[in-house]
Design a protein around this ligand. Sequence first.
Ligand SMILES: [Cu+2]
Length: 195
Amino acid sequence: MTLNPEFRIFIVLKLKEMKYKITLALGLLFLVSCGKDQQVNTLQKTSKETKVVTTKNKNKTEDKTVVVDANGVANVTITSNDGMRFDVRKINVSSGQKVRVTLTHTGKLDKRIMGHNVVFLTNGVKPSAFAVKAAAARDNDYIPEETTEVIAHTKMIGGGETTVIEFIAPEAGTYNYICSFPGHYAMMKGKLIVE
Ligand SMILES: [Cu+2]
């Protein structure tokens, strides 16, 4: 059977038109799905930003960690972990007040690998300079022997342990506290603010 030339041209044109329509439809579908992806990304970004804000707000409560008991003692619990962090970075007390510091280590690592302590340094002592001397005092729990640069310090503890110290808050001023385990002071530090 032979088709007349006019009809053949008609069919070819029709086929071309269909091809064009299909391409156009696929293109639209692609655009729509891209748009959806972008929307999802935007939503994910927004929820991430919200999370960051929440964390920041949590950190703002850091200076509300001191609980003064019926005897006037300022109680503060500092939590540390295997991630080399103190959860408390600021402690507000009054001069002459008794301060009770509880240090807990919620991690799993041994104190020889991830030991933590809290060392309150006297005024004007540079944490970095003290940390160098402390690192050399391994046999003394990383506290330089007969040092005059320490107000008070806890013992070194490992994962799962807790230790408590008490001391009298010195004269008004801002004092640094650090963990003196080698390499920890840069991450594990805070300020004792005495008024
Ligand atoms: Cu430490």
